[in-house]
Ligand binder design. Structure first.
Ligand code: IFM
Length: 446
């Protein structure tokens, strides 16, 4: 079979997030985050664990950078723990926290790995939650202050910035489903939080531009194509609503300066939207340099009368699933890139997360034979290749995740890494998928 070649300048990366890997949760003046609090709640984390130690990346970052280098990974996407920088949420900077990220960035650059920094990957300072968290409009300016601090500290060496990771998950999982910190179950709150996240994104992009920083800035959304289960009008309508709930609620304000009309109507019983202030929509739609897409699976939607929003998720028969019970649907990655380019923006697109959890073990030969992950990645990569062939502006890919880590409500029970972590000894073992990725990058081809 003919090799699928990727452009020489296509960026191959790997991603992680602060709370999921760093540990050192009380070290060097770090303040608590909402996840330090949420993990204390009985039943919040399925295996009763927390991120106090996690992969201890805070102390082992040099070992992890050596692995990045060994695997040929060109760019490393990580997030900054806001409460390491501002233990109180704002005001006094914790120099030791800042120093950690200085060391991390310098060491990455020394290893030839370019850093891509996410400002908010869910660990809000608890002190800010105490005064309302993202429900409080003031949090927007605290986020600006924090972002400013990071641009000042790292802007000369970091050329790719992501304001927020998955605002849908932050607002909906955290404030409607109650499955993530801060654990609320109130839809109007989720709508308010989503709006403040979006405004804070736009403000930070504007500040970045005003400083004449030389890098690029964007946002990462978790996007999934939503397909109707059948050809029935009802299923088709349900799929459009699900698309509105998950995708358009964020895409429309960012690229069209307005929330989608059909969803505003649907949500009317839950909010009068008085939280949308003058100029907010303009701020939210401040032009970005790229859109980050996190893609794991697609959504197949059926009409369901009994559901508040009339939608139900189904997994078709004979479709493989990962350990998260997420359907494996590789062509969806192409569909979503193509649609964004056609309907929303012709700007650069990065896949900022994609990967799969499987119950990996170290086998007798000392290796992790995660063939299922390799199959998953290979199929997705072939659709990335198709996107490039079709001329879509896909510029890079970040595999989730560099290493097994704390998978939020699932604790350490789900393994997404291409590097295995033994949580007793903290030993790192590169999985077969890691070596496979190493070759793909070396050859720029599948
Ligand atoms: O682990 C998460 C990550 O923090 C955000 N995107 C999805 C991943 C897998 O669930």
């Amino acid at each position: 079979m003919e090799k699928k070649r990727f452009p020489q300048d296509f960026i191959w990366g790997a991603a992680t997030a602060s709370y999921q890997i760093e540990g050192a949760s009380k070290k060097d003046g770090k303040g608590d985050s909402i996840w330090d609090t949420f993990t204390l709640g009985k039943g919040n984390i399925s295996d009763g664990t927390n991120g106090d130690v996690a992969c201890d990346h805070y102390h082992k970052y040099l070992e992890d950078i050596a692995i990045l280098k060994e695997l040929n990974i060109q760019s490393y996407r990580f997030s900054v723990a806001w409460p390491r920088i501002f233990p109180e949420g704002f005001g006094k900077v914790n120099q030791k926290g800042l120093d950690f990220y200085q060391r991390l960035v310098d060491s990455l650059l020394e290893a030839g790995v370019s850093p891509a920094v996410t400002l908010y990957h869910w660990d809000l300072p608890q002190k800010l939650q105490d005064i309302g968290g993202w429900e409080n409009r003031d949090t927007i300016s605290y986020f600006e202050e924090y972002a400013q601090q990071m641009f000042q500290a790292l802007g000369d060496r970091v050329s790719m910035w992501i304001t927020h990771n998955e605002p849908w998950v932050v607002s909906i999982n955290g404030n409607f489903f109650g499955a993530h910190a801060p654990g609320k179950k109130d839809f109007p709150t989720a709508l308010l939080v989503a709006h403040h996240l979006l405004v804070s994104h736009g403000k930070v992009v504007q500040n970045y531009r005003q400083q004449n920083q030389k890098g690029k800035i964007g946002i990462t959304l978790n996007l999934s194509p939503t397909y109707p289960y059948s050809d029935s009008q009802e299923d088709k309508k349900a799929a459009v609503l699900e698309d509105g709930f998950l995708n358009r609620w964020f895409l429309d304000p960012l690229f069209r300066s307005a929330y989608p009309k059909d969803m505003l109507e649907l949500y009317q019983p839950y909010s009068d939207f008085s939280f949308i202030k003058n100029d907010d929509m303009e701020v939210i739609s401040t032009p970005i340099d790229f859109l980050g897409i996190n893609y794991y699976s697609c959504n197949v939607i059926q009409y369901d009368e009994s559901n508040e929003f009339k939608t139900k998720h189904v997994i078709r028969e004979n479709v493989g699933v990962t350990d998260m019970n997420w359907a494996i649907y590789p062509s969806g990655i192409y569909d979503i890139i193509e649609r964004i380019n056609r309907e929303y923006t012709t700007k650069d697109i990065y896949i900022t997360e994609n990967g799969a959890a499987f119950p990996d073990i170290i086998e007798k030969d000392g290796r992790v034979h995660d063939q299922k992950r390799i199959d998953y990645l290979e199929k997705h990569f072939s659709y990335l290749h198709k996107a490039i062939e079709k001329g879509l502006p896909l510029k890079g890919y970040y595999l989730w995740s560099l290493m097994d880590n704390f998978e939020w409500g699932f604790g350490f029970s789900k393994r997404f890494g291409i590097v295995h972590i033994d949580y007793q000894t903290l030993k790192r073992t590169i999985k077969e998928s890691g070596y496979w990725y190493q070759k793909v990058i070396a050859n720029h081809s599948l």
